[in-house]
Design a protein around this ligand. Sequence first.
Ligand code: GDP
Length: 426
Amino acid sequence: MVRAVVGANWGDEGKGKITDMLGQESDIIVRFQGGANAGHTIVNDYGKFALHTLPSGIFYGHTTSIIGNGVALNIPILFNELKEITSKGVPAPKILISDRAQIVMPYHVAFDCYEEERLGKNSFGSTKSGIAPFYSDKYSKIGFQINELYDDIDYLKEKIARTLEVKNATLKNLYNKPPISVDEIFNKLMEYRDALAPYVADTFTFLHDACKDGKNILLEGQLGSLKDTDFGIYPMVTSSNTIAGYGAVGAGGIPPYEIKDIVTVVKAYSSAVGAGEFVSEIFGEEADELRRRGGDGGEFGATTGRPRRMGWLDLVATRYGCRVQGATQVAFTVLDVLGYLDEIPVCVGYELDGEEIDYFPSTTKLKRCKPILKKLPGWKCDISGIKNYEDLPENCRNYIEFAEKEIGVPITMVSNGPAREDIIYR
Ligand code: GDP
C-alpha cells in the first residue's frame, strides 16, 4: 500500500514527526520533491534532528530510504546530514538515490543568493538553497541527472561548458560577479560521483517491484499545499509540486492509483515562512507569544532559524489545502501549544470586496481578502501526555470537531507533543 504524508498549509505542520511515526509500519520511505530548502524536525530516542534532505525513515533499521527523481539533491548537505546522524549513534541507514535525480549545482545556490539580493525589497524570501535556479534549469533541460556522472566524461565536460556559457553571461552582465570555470564544476562533479556511487540505484524499478509485491511505501512530502507551484500562493511558492499526486512523478515507479491513503497534516494554528499571502496572520505581542510557545521550542525555521510568521488556524485555506492534496485523513498537530489561550480565534471565512466567501481564491483576489474570525473557548490547561481522545478537555474536543467539520476530512490523529509517542488516535 502506498501512503503519502503531506502538508495542508504553508509547511512546518509537523510532517516530520508524523512520517517518523508512520515509518514504523513502512518498508520504504521516499522523498519525492523539493530540496534542502525546508526541514523536518524529528524528536526520537536518538535526540532531536533537523533533516533537510534525508527521508525521515532513516531512524528505523527495517526501512529503505529513497531520494526520488523529483528531489533537488544537494550533495554536500546530504553527506553532512549522514555524518550528523551517525555521529549521534543512529545506525548507518539504507539509502537509495534515484539515478534520475538531479544535482543542485554550486552555481544554483550562488544564483539564488544573487537574485534575492538583486530583487531587494521584492525578494521571495528564499532560503537561498538554490531551489528556484535548480528547477528552472531542470525544465530548461540544462540540469544534470546523476546517471550522467557515470557516463561519457567528454560529453559531460562539453555539457558543462555549454551550460556555463549562459551562466557566465548572466554572472557578468546581470550580477557583476566573476565567471565560473569548467574545471571547477567538473572537479566538483567528479567528487560527487565517487561519494554517491554506493547509493545510486534505479529506484524506478525498485519502487515498481515494491508496489507489485505489496510493500508498504510512505511518500514524504515537503512544505504544504499553499506553497505548491500550481495551487499555492503563486509566485510566493516553492519551485516544485508539494502535492501527494506529484508523488507518482517524483517518486517514480509508483502508479497514481496506488496512492491509497493521503495523510494530510494540519497545524492547530498557522505559521509561514517567506513572503506571500497569509490572511489569518497576526502581529505584535499576540504573534510573539504564539511564536515563543509554538512547536518544540518556538516557531523558528529548521533551515534558516528565521522567526516564522504566525497566524490563527485558517479553515478556508486548510479546507482548500486538504482538497488540493486529496486528503483521506487529517493529522491535527501542535494542539498542546494552544492551552494558554482563554479564547482561540479561527478564520472561518474571507471578506472579499465587501462579500463573504468560503473558498480560497487565486492570488490576485487573495491579496484583497480579510479574515472573518470566530472565537472558540480555550481549555486553559496542558493536554500533553493525554493518550485517549475522551480524556481531552471538552473545549479541546470541540475545537478539533469544529475544525474537522469545516475541513470536511476526518481528523484521525491528534498530536499533543513533539515526541513520537505524543499522539492520540481517534
Ligand atoms: P515539518 O516540516 O512539517 O516536519 O514541520 P517542522 O519540523 O518544521 O515543525 C514542526 C515543529 O513542531 C517541530 O519542532 C516539531 O518537533 C514540533 N511538533 C510536531 N508536532 C508537535 C506537537 O504536537 N506539539 C508540539 N508542541 N510540537 C510539535
